[in-house]
Design a protein around this ligand. Sequence first.
Ligand code: SF4
Length: 145
Amino acid sequence: MDIPNRTALCPAGKKASECSRILETGRPAPQYYFAWSQADCAVCPLKAQCLSTRKRIPRRSIQVGELHMLIQARRDLCKTTVYQIRMRRRSAIEGTNSELKRGYGGGKCRYRGLAKTEGQLLFAGAGCNLRRWAARSVWLSKQNR
Ligand code: SF4
């Protein structure tokens, strides 16, 4: 999909026959509507997978947001090996973040200002580490019996 040039290719490699830019009240960003020609879709070998049987006009259409290409590029990046290796480090910290949020009130800021907020989070982190240290100490002492 190439939104700036208002073109899109379908899985069969056919070019969209229509493109409209839609500005709706209440929606901050424009939407883009692409549709493929009924003549192309009628003879397409992929139409059973591509077209909904509930559609009144048997042709493919799609509506996407202005940032669709960015989102797609990000999704493609997420599939790369380099990205997935980097994300392993992130997944290691997610359990701690979750514990800080659910067990130590990290999901809600109790104070105003960055300094006090930082203090709250540092105390929560220290409390979390102390609890883990105590739990590990108990576990180690049971192992040594
Ligand atoms: S049915 Fe139409 S839109 Fe879908 S793959 Fe075939 S030609 Fe493309």
